[in-house]
Design a protein around this ligand. Structure first.
Ligand SMILES: Cc1cc2nc3c(=O)[nH]c(=O)nc-3n(C[C@H](O)[C@H](O)[C@H](O)COP(=O)(O)OP(=O)(O)OC[C@H]3O[C@@H](n4cnc5c(N)ncnc54)[C@H](O)[C@@H]3O)c2cc1C
Length: 399
């Protein structure tokens, strides 16, 4: 029996492979890189664990709950909330569902109004029913303005926090996606595995037969029942699941993507001698080129050697250099920033696909008889990548 060939061993491809394996359908999973995971990858540098682009595992995602053995990943979670910069100091704004008193501190400080608090409560209430991530055409920014969140609360919390999730400074993604993520953050936790975010795909791959995975194998051509590789060889397939990033899928199917089909970001890592600071939430930096920074070892101690801090800095300005970051953050971090030493940076020009930018690609795949998977087929997240992989595999099962 010819195998189902899955191109791309990111979370979508791995999830497709797991489902086929569960159903005893032969498959071949190939990836151009020498590791599985795609955009979910970690490197180990000088004793630090560096995720290739700061990201977290939302433990509440249905696919995560359904498919991952969370205890095996040895997770540690961010405290739910963020530090907000207001009147020359940091204010801890903890998720009101977990620490209601935090709401009163925020109200007393003046960073949010009573109307903001009521709107948050209303938002939480509607997210109990409204869980369709792609259900609206209104942008998140228009939604926040229409509902009447105060300028201050938007500038100090909503905008930097959600710009960091969407990687869109203008909060362009749909308001329904904002409500979906808000629900995940209010009700779940944002976690990091002990061995780095890249442990998640490794964990899935470990349960698959090793001879069904071929790494370092770039696909150059694809049709409904044949896949050609860069070394000139090819393989026949019962079905093909194309689970690459959207750019590669478009190239392989001969589709031109519009400019602006992706959101970009850069993560810069710094080390410092361990400080007395044990803050385990993101520091949101308002009206700045930096969106947020975090002491990652305060959340997951395995990310840094003993006696050291590991600080991640996330920006949407991909031209930012480490010196720019230090200058920009001096006010917010204070004198201890002089002890920060640059470790490494990761520039991700195609970090997240823009919702709705891939309709032609999806249509072309249908016409070519190829099954598409990947976050770009839905919305940019592990949930969507894994869900698309599951659906792709199900479509290859015998009727
Ligand atoms: C900086 C950053 C932060 C993020 N933050 C979060 C977050 O906090 N929470 C969240 O849920 N999601 C987050 N995401 C999104 C999440 O990482 C992605 O949605 C998910 O990893 C996408 O998986 P995928 O399988 O669809 O695609 P990819 O991971 O892109 O996998 C595609 C695979 O195809 C392979 N490939 C490409 N071309 C070829 C070829 N020609 N031949 C063979 N193989 C090929 C690639 O090597 C890659 O392994 C973040 C992403 C980034 C980059």
């Amino acid at each position: 029996m010819k195998p189902v060939v899955i191109i791309g061993a990111g979370m979508a491809g791995l999830q497709a492979a797991s489902q086929l394996h569960l159903n005893q359908i032969p498959f071949l999973l190939v990836d151009a890189q020498n590791h599985v995971g795609g955009r979910l990858h970690s490197e180990h540098v000088k004793g630090f664990t560096l995720d290739v682009g700061f990201q977290v595992l939302q433990t509440n995602y249905p696919e995560v709950q359904r498919s991952l053995d969370l205890p095996a990943l040895d997770l540690a979670s961010f405290e739910s909330g963020a530090y907000l910069w207001y009147q020359a100091g940091w204010l801890a704004f903890v998720n009101p569902l977990k620490q209601p008193g935090s709401l009163f501190d925020a109200l007393a400080s003046g960073i949010m109004t009573i109307k903001d608090a009521l709107l948050l409560a209303r938002l939480w209430f509607i997210t109990q029913k409204d869980v369709e991530p792609l259900g609206s055409h209104e942008s998140t920014q228009d939604f926040l303005n229409r509902w009447g969140f105060s300028t201050k609360f938007q500038a100090h919390f909503l905008r930097p926090f959600f710009a960091g999730i969407f990687l869109s400074a203008g909060l362009n993604p749909p308001a329904s996606l904002f409500r979906y993520y808000m629900k995940q953050f209010l009700e779940g936790t944002a976690a990091m595995p002990a061995a780095g975010i890249g442990a998640i795909p490794l964990h899935i791959a470990a349960a698959l037969p090793a001879d069904s995975i071929r790494l370092g194998t770039q696909v150059t051509q694809v049709s409904a029942h044949q896949v050609n590789f860069a070394d000139g060889s090819s393989v026949e397939a019962s079905r093909v699941i194309l689970a690459t990033d959207a750019s590669t899928a478009a190239k392989l199917l001969g589709v031109s993507l519009e400019k602006g089909a992706f959101w970009s970001t850069k993560t810069l890592y710094f080390q410092a001698p361990a400080s007395a600071d044990n803050k385990s939430m993101l520091h949101l930096v308002p009206n700045s080129r930096v969106l947020h920074y975090a002491y990652l070892n305060n959340v997951q101690p395995s990310y840094a050697p003993k006696g050291k801090d590991l600080i991640s800095v996330t920006t949407l300005d991909v031209s930012m250099q480490s010196a720019d970051v230090l200058a920009e953050l001096a006010l917010f971090v204070g004198p201890s920033i002089q002890k920060w030493a640059f470790l490494k940076e990761y520039l991700l020009p195609e970090a997240l696909p823009v919702v709705g930018a891939f309709d032609e690609l999806k249509q072309k795949a249908v016409e070519a008889g190829i099954v598409l998977a990947g976050d770009f087929t839905g919305f940019p997240s592990l949930q969507s990548a894994m869900h698309s992989g599951r659906e792709a595999a199900e479509s290859c099962l015998p009727a």
